[in-house]
Ligand binder design. Sequence first.
Ligand code: ATP
Length: 422
Amino acid sequence: MNYPMIIGIDDTDSKEGMCTTYLAAVLIERLKIYGTIRDYPLLIRLNPNIKYKTRGNAAIALSLELNRIKDVQNVKQTVIAAVEEMAVFSDENTNPGIVFIERECNEMKSDLALFSLRAVRDVLKISEAENMLVKYGISKRGFKNKRGLIGALAAAGFALTGLSDFTYELIAYREKKRWGISRDIDRNSVLAADSATFPDTWDTVDHENERIVFAPHSPDPILFGIRGNSESAVRAAFSMIKSEPVERYVIYKTNQNTDMHLIDTRIDEVANDRSYILKGKVSKDPISIEGGHVIIKISDNGAAIECVAFEPTKGFRNVIRKLMIGDNVTVYGSVKDGTMNLEKIRIDSLIQKELRNPICCGKRMKSRGKGQGFGCPKCGAIRKEQEIEPLERNIQTGFYEVPPCARRHLAKPLVRFRCHET
Ligand code: ATP
């Protein structure tokens, strides 16, 4: 007989090093003697707007099948010891949390499904996680201010209740002696792996901006991560990459690239630190501001919101620059300080006509003053009204997205929309 246990872990790292996924990778090896991992380890991305996050607001869950019930305590001690050994406690923003789910009931499942989704879409209090843990007698270990219990419980909740949409990421880790020095990865092998496996893998290379984007530049243990829609796709790409030695690797199942963070609503319902899909009409022409950022305003039902394509979104800004007052759009992104940070846009309709001064003698006629029509400076002809003319838009309706170098972990790339639709 097997004994199931779900382990959730979060908030062990700091900007100077470590990574909760590496801790999980080490733990997976240490826990092997007690049983097997069911399905895949889960890598869950939570609300990307949480101010306490170190980088990508990740949390981890492992579903274990223990061989012997008497190993329950050994497993818990192994997990707690790994966190005590590896978490960066010196960082004031590191507040680790661990939860162990050992039994389940339907009420707990539905409460946890909601809690986990809220952790991706909403802002939670530590007490909400603690209340849930007490209500269902879930054993836990929280360190310092215990904020990590939020992410740990949310990740464990997804392991219990399942993900409706998911992708995979194969994360390869570096040898410890190389942490902090530049990564040695053969560029040509990465390009070859990408072209052999795209679109089943994505965000390995940003072709438009000529960048390899699957390897971080931070001093953490990650060498690179390959994202894709199946284990076989990420393995195929991995087998082609030449690099410095890989100390270990793990294939995670993840909510990355699923748009799980987006709430489909109306502009007047928007709150800061959440992410949305909003429909509206462009109500102010795009403006470029210092730093290269481009802003548009969209309105719907008397409410309006400014949406920004920041400089790092590179060529995506050219799409936004081409929008005009009257265009209908659906925007996707996170709201901070009352402004949406654009991740994607769907142009639903473009205005195709505009009112312009009539043409005479090969030139535009000049206004003669308010209500006095238009005159031709050459022949003196007068016309009463402007004329409706077709507009050259140089842009089409449809979806546009930020490039891979600017993609947020949870944002669903268009290549996944296409794969699903066909
Ligand atoms: P890494 O990606 O390297 O693992 P990180 O970016 O995941 O780092 P953490 O160090 O885990 O960042 O910090 C995020 C903190 O915010 C955790 O304590 C987590 O429990 C908490 N948290 C996550 N989601 C929410 C939420 N929706 N509401 C409130 N707190 C949250």
